[in-house]
Design a protein. Structure first.
Length: 189
C-alpha cells in the first residue's frame, strides 16, 4: 500500500493522460519538487518540456536538487523561474498541455508565505487562455487553513462561470472531511 495521499494519486493518474510526445507542462508552484519529479520521470523518454515556477528561491533549489538527484538528465528539459505564478504568461512561449497548481504553503517552510486568492485567481484566469485545446489545468487546494479555505471557495466561484461547452470540470473532495485537500481538474474542450 502506498503512503501517498488520495488527492495526489488521483491528480497524478489524471496527469498521465496529458503527458505525450512533445508535451509542455507547467508546475506553477513547484515547492519541494514532488509534482515536478513525477512529471520529469514521465517526460524523460518522450521529449517533453517542464517549466517550474515558484516565488521562493529555496523551492526552486529544492526542486532542482530533487530532479538532479533522481536523474541529472531531467534538468536538460526543465527550466526554472523564480517568480509569482500570476506571471505565468511571461515564461510560456507555446500553449501548454498541462498546468499544475498545488496551492498553500511550502511544506517545511514559513507557513505565513503562501498562495493567496487574489494572485491565484489571476494566474488561473491566465491559464484558461494559455492552455492548449484538450489540455488540463489541475488545482490542488488546501482548505484546512483560513486563507486556503477562502482560496478554494473563490476558485470554485470562478469555475462555475466557465461555459460547459468549452470546459469539463471535475471536483474531488472527501465528503466526510471538510478540511481535507481537494482536487479540481479542468479540461479545455
Amino acid at each position: 500500500m502506498t503512503n501517498k495521499k488520495t488527492h495526489i494519486l488521483l491528480a497524478q493518474n489524471n496527469w498521465l493522460f496529458f503527458i505525450k510526445k512533445n508535451t509542455l507542462i507547467i508546475d506553477t508552484t513547484c515547492g519541494n519538487g514532488h509534482d515536478s519529479l513525477f512529471i520529469a520521470q514521465n517526460l524523460n523518454k518522450i521529449k517533453g518540456k517542464l517549466i517550474c515556477i515558484d516565488i521562493q528561491q529555496n523551492a526552486i533549489e529544492n526542486t532542482k536538487d530533487l530532479l538532479k538527484s533522481e536523474n541529472p538528465n531531467f534538468l536538460d528539459f526543465t527550466s526554472f523561474h523564480l517568480r509569482n505564478h500570476e506571471d505565468l504568461e511571461k515564461v510560456v512561449t507555446e500553449k501548454p498541455d498541462l498546468i499544475i497548481y498545488n496551492l498553500g504553503y511550502l511544506p517545511g517552510s514559513d507557513k505565513e508565505l503562501k498562495t493567496i486568492p487574489k494572485t491565484t485567481l489571476r494566474s488561473i484566469s491566465k491559464a484558461f487562455s494559455l492552455i492548449k485545446k484538450n489540455g488540463l489545468i489541475s488545482i490542488t487546494c488546501y482548505p484546512g487553513h483560513l486563507e486556503g479555505n477562502i482560496e478554494e471557495k473563490e476558485i470554485l466561484k470562478m469555475i462555475r462561470k466557465l461555459p460547459p461547452k468549452e470546459w469539463k470540470i471535475l471536483y474531488f473532495k472527501h465528503k466526510d472531511k471538510e478540511n481535507a485537500p481537494s482536487l479540481l481538474l479542468i479540461e479545455k474542450l
